[in-house]
Design a protein around this ligand. Structure first.
Ligand SMILES: Nc1nc2c(c(=O)[nH]1)N[C@H]1C(S)=C(S)[C@@H](COP(=O)(O)OP(=O)(O)OC[C@H]3O[C@@H](n4cnc5c(=O)[nH]c(N)nc54)[C@H](O)[C@@H]3O)O[C@H]1N2
Ligand SMILES: Nc1nc2c(c(=O)[nH]1)N[C@H]1C(S)=C(S)[C@@H](COP(=O)(O)OP(=O)(O)OC[C@H]3O[C@@H](n4cnc5c(=O)[nH]c(N)nc54)[C@H](O)[C@@H]3O)O[C@H]1N2
Ligand code: SF4
Ligand SMILES: [Mo]
Length: 757
């Protein structure tokens, strides 16, 4: 084992310069900084991309003489956020300084013993000894990992490659399964590649924007700002059981019954066909299977659709009018669609509407899945979970050979089948098949569905490693070994936003104590494990970026035209695809002072690019395919004992998921309730004798949560809304999954509500 020299280098490197491109711009610091003590006066500024949501806003971080971040402001020159940021972005530096950061590795030496600090060599030796002994006793596939859409692309690629091609294991998945798996599968089947087609300019260029199961006011506030900048007097339609902040700002709110979306969308298709509001030329030239789809939707009559969804005929006709008459119609969806027992077909029903009307490939159109986490797109392309690095097919021998050759590896090292999905990994733990688990940048013991079982299974493991910024997360508290990770702002790499834009996140702060970047930890594991030679070329994040670039060559996501990090930084980020021809065709741009340091005269591709302008899709016949299936009933409908449907989702723009980062900011804590709040309709509240501010229990067949009632007409009678940011919420949720994407259906289960006596 040859870890020590590498470790020395890594720890030493932490004391070096924070960023390689400190740009002197003293004149820029007059604004926004207030009274900064002289010793903290910024001497430089650098641009980075936000590490919370998938919008991918650019932030200008102001640095002291040592290159440490002092504070930040929103970047006015970036094509995504145009000088805006939401509260999480403005507060992005605060969670880095939290007192509960993991600053050394922590080890539990016996069951029930507390976690105690150990040094890195001990942590690495324990990691390899325990996981290798599990593999010896139970086979190579008895260990698994669960990772994230919140680390750098280079980090997720290295993890996936290390685990499968180095540690010789098969099963690894990420929280992207909870989030974007449905979009991934839906696009892949319909378009031939996981390719969200839009660019953010489409928010401004649409005549009608139809949001389905999406609440961008809260979850993607800066995308919503872009909608507000639309000057075409657009219709804004929100399809959501709740009158969300977004629905309240819409021109039409379609408050359908939870999980009736598939019927609703087929009903719209039926009406569009009946009205002759389809685009036969587009269908004939660019799609397949339309006739079967048209025949299938004949039974989705307006009367049937209205009865199943609770939507009036007048509303159905008004919406069909909008789609039929507006020139540029765009469809947008998020978790209200992706988290469902029939999610993939629902997403494809949206895609089908865009295809049959030809609303795709033109400005202001598209069947557009909005991503969730800052790098969900990176994990979809390079997580090495469902598909092989770079979107290749792991079951295809030619693809495996190509990836192996690009990486300089023996093809035999590349597994010929995908590993288990998240839920299947947990099932395998239950069976005793998987006994060691490595959890990276996700908080399973809060965010996974049906928590009691999830926690029982984590406790059943022989060895649980958690690699996180904080030792206090629910999952870290259950770990046998905690590896302290640097977070966003303390390391560098590429994040890919919802519109496929690659951008560089920079190191602007030193990680605390002995915390290391995930990249560095993966490299150390490779050395400790004895497979470091296979990853020699992955010597730094930027060297890894060059490897990923090679893997992208010739794929729909080809970004070989991006020269390096400096090129990206100078270009306002770059959307894929960006093959060499995309930049060769464009003129050199005037260089900014950033560029003069390292990327003189690198040509920029156009800043806003959408896919499918030529009507050619990524399927073998270049046609988009219509997919459909009959709707199925909700797996756990309400009944006499559990009469309410529980909806869950984002509570406020200040709260991020399980709160491990956002709860550390006093500013963000002031912007949202700090206790679990249950939103309930006034009719139900009156019937139950509950008033706002009073305590209620929300009970399902799996658990009970206590909450404070918030009586509001924004939820329909018979429904309850709980924000996901509180640990008890997933005690209640019912574990059902979409059969194609295996994404959990977090947003529908049966509960009972009662006042606390
Ligand atoms: N502030 C903040 N922003 C975030 C996040 C965060 O935690 N906090 N997380 C990020 C991530 S990872 C994600 S994935 C996105 C999620 O972004 P969104 O999907 O927009 O957020 P959610 O609140 O989960 O769900 C959206 C809506 O789906 C509705 N819904 C529930 N059931 C149904 C149904 O059956 N049909 C329809 N049509 N709608 C339904 C809910 O009422 C809810 O308003 O947000 C990202 N942005
Ligand atoms: N009921 C219900 N449950 C849901 C949802 C819902 O709508 N309803 N939504 C689901 C969705 S869409 C999602 S995406 C998931 C999110 O669920 P999680 O992924 O579990 O949520 P986070 O709180 O974002 O957890 C990320 C963890 O990574 C750590 N971390 C942050 N940055 C780094 C880093 O750079 N390195 C390392 N090693 N660690 C880091 C953080 O401290 C945190 O502990 O929740 C899902 N769960
Ligand atoms: S909208 Fe998303 S990317 Fe932009 S500042 Fe807020 S959290 Fe960050
Ligand atoms: Mo998500």
């Amino acid at each position: 084992m040859n870890t020590l020299p590498a470790l020395d280098n890594l720890l030493h490197a932490r004391t070096g310069p924070m960023t390689t491109e400190l740009v002197q711009r003293p004149a820029a610091f007059g604004l926004g900084l207030g009274r900064v003590p002289a010793r903290l006066a910024p001497v430089a500024t650098t641009n980075t991309v936000c590490g919370f949501c998938s919008t991918g806003c650019s932030l200008r971080v102001h640095l002291d003489a040592e290159g440490q971040a002092i504070n930040l402001s929103a970047d006015p020159d970036y094509p995504v956020n145009l000088g805006m940021a939401c509260p999480k972005g403005w507060e992005a530096l605060t969670p880095l300084a939290a007192p509960d950061r993991a600053t050394t590795p922590l080890l539990r030496t016996a069951r029930g013993a507390p976690l105690a600090p150990v040094d890195w060599p001990t942590a690495l030796a324990t990691f390899t000894d325990r996981l290798q002994s599990i593999q010896r006793d139970h086979g190579p596939h008895a260990i698994a990992f669960l990772s994230t859409g919140q680390i750098m692309t280079e980090e997720m690629a290295l993890l996936g490659a290390l685990f499968k091609f180095g540690l010789g294991a098969l099963h690894g998945d990420s929280n992207t399964r909870q989030c974007m798996a449905t979009s991934h599968v839906a696009y892949k089947q319909s378009f031939g590649f996981d390719a969200p087609p839009f660019t953010y300019a489409d928010f401004e260029e649409s005549d009608a924007l139809i949001f389905i199961g999406a609440n961008p006011c809260i979850a993607h506030p800066i995308m919503w700002q872009r909608v507000m900048m639309n000057r075409r007097q657009p219709e804004i339609v929100v399809v959501d059981p709740r009158a969300t902040e977004t629905a309240q700002a819409a021109t039409l709110h379609v408050a359908l019954r939870p999980k009736s979306d598939l019927t609703f969308l087929y009903g719209l298709a039926h009406l569009l066909i009946a009205r002759g509001a389809v685009n036969p030329a587009f269908i004939a030239a660019h799609t397949s299977n339309y006739d079967a789809f048209a025949a299938f939707v004949t039974t989705f009559t307006p009367a049937h659709t209205a009865a199943e969804t609770g939507i009036s005929l007048a509303t159905l006709h008004r919406l069909v009018d909008i789609i039929a008459t507006r020139e540029r119609v765009s469809f947008w969806w998020t978790m209200g669609v992706n988290q469902s027992h029939e999610a993939t077909r629902t997403a494809q029903a949206i895609i089908n509407l865009a295809l049959m009307t030809g609303h795709i490939g033109r400005p202001g159109t598209g069947a557009n899945s909005i991503t969730g986490q800052c790098n969900a797109m990176g994990s979809r392309l390079f997580g090495n979970a469902t598909s092989l690095l770079g979107g290749y097919d792991t079951t295809n021998a030619a693809h495996r050979a190509h990836v192996a050759a690009t990486l300089g590896l023996d093809p035999a090292l590349i597994p010929d089948r995908p590993g288990y999905a998240y839920d299947q990994i947990l099932d395998a733990i239950e069976r005793g098949e998987i006994r060691g688990l490595w959890v990276i940048a996700t908080n399973t013991a809060h965010s996974w569905i049906n928590q009691s079982r999830a926690r029982d299974l984590l406790a059943k493991l022989d060895f649980l490693v958690v690699q996180d910024m904080y030792a206090t997360t629910e999952t870290a508290q259950l770990a046998d070994l905690v590896l302290p990770a640097a977070g966003w702002g303390e390391k560098e790499g590429i994040l890919i936003n919802s519109e496929r834009r690659l951008a560089v996140a920079k190191k602007v702060s030193r990680a605390p104590g002995q915390a290391l970047s995930d990249f560095a930890i993966f490299k150390l594991v490779a050395e400790a494990w004895g497979c470091g030679d296979r990853f020699r070329a992955w010597s730094s994040p930027e060297a890894t970026f060059q490897i990923l670039k090679k893997l992208s060559a010739g794929q729909p996501c080809d970004f070989t035209g991006i020269r390096d990090y400096a090129h990206l930084a100078d270009s306002g980020g770059i959307q894929w695809p960006c093959p060499v021809s995309a930049v060769a065709a464009s003129a050199p741009t005037p260089t900014s002072s950033d560029a003069q340091l390292s990327a003189p005269n690198a040509p920029r591709p156009a800043q806003q690019r959408r896919l499918f302008a030529d009507g050619k899709f990524f399927t073998p016949d270049a046609r988009a395919h219509f997919h459909f299936d009959a709707p199925r009933p909700m797996p756990e409908p309400p009944d006499a004992d559990y009469p309410f449907i529980l909806l869950t989702g984002r509570g406020s723009s200040a709260q991020w998921h399980t709160g491990s980062r956002t709860d550390k900011s006093a500013v963000l804590r002031k912007l949202a309730p700090t206790v679990l709040t249950a939103e309930i309709n006034p009719d139900d509240a009156t019937r139950l004798g509950v008033a706002t501010g009073e305590r209620v229990t929300v009970r399902s067949r799996r658990g009970t949560a206590e909450a404070i009632a918030l009586v509001t007409p924004t939820v329909q009678p018979g429904q309850i809304f709980l924000p996901m940011h509180f640990g008890t919420v997933n005690q209640l949720t019912f574990p059902s999954f979409d059969p194609h994407s295996r994404q959990p259906s977090y947003k529908a289960c049966a509960v009972a509500v009662a006042p606390v006596a």
